[in-house]
Design a protein around this ligand. Structure first.
Ligand SMILES: Cc1ncc(COP(=O)(O)O)c(C=O)c1O
Ligand SMILES: [Zn+2]
Length: 400
């Protein structure tokens, strides 16, 4: 299985770069996207050939950037289940409601996809040190994949990022610095530090390859639906990389002729306490503004200004999608509702998507006959602090 990567291309100014060299942003400051020779790939591979391949994201190898398969660093990521939520679907009058469950992937969040492909490509490019700011989950994923690749990782994270992810990062042997601030502050410190160390900057969208890992969620959803697209895919957007990736995957599949012209309407879900994309969408703006004093229980989507905001907004406008915010109270209610009604104990970010889909269905933006995919980005058990319950004690000599 050979990769059909052909170049790195700037979506803003169309400048092209050689993919065999390390490259971060375009000279114009925009993130770069990976381009493939799709005509060539289409002659080499098709949905039928993919069907019999191993259950991992590497089944789409022709459409991934790693040239030499010996550089693949894997812990068994991808091909996560697509459940139907029949009870909740019936209760709220959804046509068909699906949950794509990234909670069972290595490290417990979808960040493993970006890390697997990003670290594999970094290894191929001869990188020895990666560095990144993180809200926790990405840092955890990149640290374990870096450890597996024998690459050193340097991580900056907000001091109140989830403890469990902090421990994962330290356990995996990465160098960690805590910051009294947000992920945006971590990013600024890192940008000042990198030149002195010559580290590989793996910040969101500053390296082009994690998007390629995340886009495989789009390929999988479509393959799991029998190479058909759902009406709606809703995603918890922080940096929005997953959404940009899914949109990219859909366009690639359309060009390959694996799906028809019509794409699903993409939905960016944010927390009301950090909703820059929603504000921009409401103004029909091409870019977002920094969202001050942001705060939410869904820590992974606390990103006050995303580097790829224009790409996220483009994916919404171009597919007829939307952006919607939900309150933290609604998020926590949704966590319990999903766990109790469907047995799916998912992360607050994923639960935010369910809260949003309920609103979209109630407002008839999502019609009764339509199918919607709720993208759950992680496991509920990674957030032990998000819920707390007062439980009655039973006396030791008592009975219940
Ligand atoms: C669980 C979870 N969901 C969603 C996100 C947002 O990811 P993206 O940058 O793709 O918007 C994050 C990012 O940290 C996360 O950890
Ligand atoms: Zn450019």
């Amino acid at each position: 299985m050979k990769s059909f990567i052909s170049a790195l291309v700037c979506p803003k100014c169309q400048k092209r770069y050689d993919h065999r060299e390390i490259r971060h942003l375009c000279e114009c400051g925009s993130p770069l996207l990976v381009e493939y020779d799709l005509a060539g790939a289409g002659k080499q591979v098709n949905p039928l050939a993919i069907k019999s391949r191993p259950a991992s994201l590497w089944r789409y190898a022709e459409l991934l950037p790693v040239l030499d398969t010996s550089n693949i660093v894997t812990l068994g990521e991808g091909w996560t289940p697509l459940h139907t939520l029949d009870r909740l679907g019936a209760q709220y009058g959804f046509g068909t409601l699906y949950l794509k469950d990234e909670g069972i992937i290595p490290t417990g969040t979808f960040k493993a996809r970006g890390a697997a492909v990003g670290i594999s490509k970094a290894k191929e490019l001869g990188v020895r040190h990666v560095a990144m700011p993180t809200n926790g989950n990405a840092g955890a994923a990149w640290s374990v994949y870096a450890a597996r690749a024998g690459i050193a990782a340097h991580i900056l994270m907000p001091e109140d990022a989830p403890l469990i992810t902090r421990n994962e990062i330290v356990a995996a042997g990465a160098e960690v610095h805590l910051v009294k601030g947000l992920i945006s502050d971590c990013g600024k410190i890192l940008a000042r530090s990198i030149p002195a160390h010559l580290w590989y900057d793996a910040s969101t969208l500053k390296e082009p390859y994690r998007i390629e890992g995340k886009k495989t969620m789009g390929y999988e959803i479509v393959e799991q639906l029998g190479w058909k697209v759902p009406d709606v895919i809703a995603y918890p957007a922080g940096g929005g990389v997953g959404l940009i990736g899914i949109y990219k995957a859909l366009k690639e599949m359309r060009e390959l002729g694996w799906i028809g012209e019509k794409l699903p309407r993409l939905v960016a879900v944010q927390a009301a306490g950090c909703a820059p994309i929603v504000e921009a969408f409401q103004k029909k703006a091409a870019e977002s503004q920094f969202f001050p004093n942001s705060q939410t229980v869904a820590f992974g989507i606390n990103v006050p200004k995303a580097l790829g905001d224009s790409l996220v907004l483009e994916s919404l406008y171009e597919t007829g999608g939307c952006a919607i915010a939900v309150e933290d109270t609604e998020i926590l209610e949704a966590v319990l509702e999903l766990a109790r009604t469907e047995g799916c104990f998912i992360c607050p970010e994923g639960a935010a998507v369910f809260a949003a889909l309920k609103k979209l269905r109630a407002g008839d933006w999502l019609k009764a006959h339509e199918s919607a995919v709720l993208l759950n980005t992680g496991a509920g058990i990674k957030y032990p602090g998000a819920l707390s319950f007062d439980l009655p004690y039973c006396p030791i000599d008592g009975s219940v």
